[in-house]
Design a protein around this ligand. Structure first.
Ligand SMILES: NC(=O)c1ccc[n+]([C@@H]2O[C@H](COP(=O)([O-])OP(=O)(O)OC[C@H]3O[C@@H](n4cnc5c(N)ncnc54)[C@H](O)[C@@H]3O)[C@@H](O)[C@H]2O)c1
Ligand SMILES: O=C(O)C(=O)C[C@@H](O)[C@H](O)[C@H](O)COP(=O)(O)O
Ligand SMILES: [Zn+2]
Length: 382
């Protein structure tokens, strides 16, 4: 079944990539075969001059899913097999444990063993960690095959599955290896959120709140109107919060896929957030770390004379109201500074932070005085 109140958000193709749509609704998996493309004929069609067959003639589909979604992954595989595709399910570890070179290599091996070619399609089903990995595997296999994202967490829907940033972590830092490789489509089935643990649901709200502060303050109003309801998929504003956040992301990546400028605003709160994730050996949820990072960015903006007190204070109240953390260990500051040096926004020895000049007015603060950074962390560290 499909098309029951489905919202379609368009992402333009830039930098030579194809445009695609993000679909938001309930029970959308029936849309998957249409996105994957026609099955190959028994004897594959060739062009008149003997060239390769069209990319829509798909023979194999690899469904990459985490352990937590073993049943969903297998059901999807069986469904696609029933429709005539050679479908394989590739199970990977949950969460950040999947974003490693070893797990990527395991996926490459599975693709190789199934004879996966350039006309075949990867489907990533899961949270942001799974879709980051699946997209990266698709970007690197045979130098790039098509992939479809089926995000099953709030964070995956509003952020990770959209925009084509794919990648894995290394011991040296978060997302240090990756590629820009947009999906051919994104299916956000809101029904998937019903099984998400509340801790993970709330973690995803950090990126929703980020979208509110950098671009769409109505998001903040909706959360503040009933923070308790915002913590559950049954809340009255769930679909609107998700759709508004996707729209923010889609608009940004539609004009700057490769982060030449504007896209950096999506990194609000991430400079410190990623440093915390690495310090915690990726055991903290990304959204929780980004929440602390946004608190820090707000204090930095305030101390740098950019951000008014009311908007800076609003960070604390809205993040706290849904149960996101504001603080991290004070004694870890020297390590966090070291970790921040490998942030992708750094240029040479210059640290760069996304801060706000006001509500929905993001900008970049370059090379802040170390004393100001420490003072901002004084509000965050405990
Ligand atoms: N590529 C991007 O633009 C981008 C943007 C934001 C975040 N990210 C990345 O996303 C990752 C975080 O994603 P996340 O917050 O979705 O966490 P996650 O992918 O780690 O998922 C959290 C946990 O929930 C499980 N899970 C997923 N869906 C479920 C469901 N419907 N029911 C029950 N369990 C489910 C997962 O297996 C995992 O154990 C980070 O690695 C972050 O760097 C990427
Ligand atoms: O899409 C983007 O661009 C973002 O920065 C979105 C972030 O929420 C996301 O966590 C992203 O993966 C961070 O990218 P990185 O380049 O800082 O690793
Ligand atoms: Zn993020």
């Amino acid at each position: 079944m499909s098309n029951e109140a489905v919202t379609r958000i368009h992402v333009a193709g830039t930098a030579g990539t194809e445009p695609y749509d993000v679909l938001v609704g309930r029970h959308l998996l029936g849309e998957l075969p249409g996105l994957i493309g026609d099955k190959a004929h028994p004897s594959p069609a060739t062009t008149l001059n003997g060239g390769a067959s069209r990319h829509t003639e798909v023979q194999r589909v690899a469904v990459i899913h985490p352990e937590a979604l073993a049943e969903t992954g297998e059901a999807l595989r069986a469904d696609l097999a029933g429709q005539g595709y050679e479908a394989v399910a590739i199970q990977v570890p949950n969460a950040e444990e999947a974003k490693t070179a070893e797990v990527a290599a395991y996926c490459w091996k599975a693709l190789g063993q199934s004879g996966f070619t350039r006309t075949d399609v990867v489907v990533g089903v899961g949270g942001g960690a799974t879709t980051d990995l699946a997209g990266f595997v698709a970007a690197t296999w045979l130098r790039g095959v098509r992939w479809i994202a089926v995000p099953t967490t709030v964070l995956g829907m509003v952020d990770a599955a959209v925009g084509g940033k794919t990648g894995i972590n290394t011991a040296e830092g978060k997302n240090l290896v990756g590629a820009f490789h947009p999906p051919a489509g994104v299916l956000c089935d809101l029904a998937a959120l019903d099984s998400l643990p509340v801790h993970d649901y709330v973690s995803g709200l950090a990126e929703v709140i980020k979208a509110g502060f950098i671009a769409d303050p109505v998001i903040l109003d909706l959360i503040e109107s009933d923070p308790e309801a915002a913590r559950t998929p049954a809340g009255p504003h769930t679909a609107e919060l998700i759709e508004r956040s996707i729209k923010v992301k889609a608009d940004v990546v539609s004009s700057d896929l490769k982060e030449s400028g504007l896209r950096e605003i999506l990194n609000y709160g991430h400079t410190l957030g990623h440093a915390i994730e690495k310090n915690e050996r990726y055991k903290w949820r990304h959204g929780a770390a980004v929440a602390v990072g946004m608190h820090f960015a707000a204090e930095l903006g305030r101390l740098a004379g950019r951000l008014d007190d009311a908007t800076a204070d609003r960070h604390r109240t809205v993040l706290e109201s849904v149960g996101l953390p504001l603080h991290y260990r004070h004694d870890q500051w020297p390590k966090l500074v070291e970790n921040m040096k490998v942030d992708k926004k750094s240029r040479g020895s210059l640290l760069r932070f996304v801060v706000l000049d006001g509500l929905a007015k993001p900008t970049v603060l370059e090379g802040p005085d170390p004393a100001v950074l420490l003072a901002a962390y004084g509000e965050v560290g405990q």
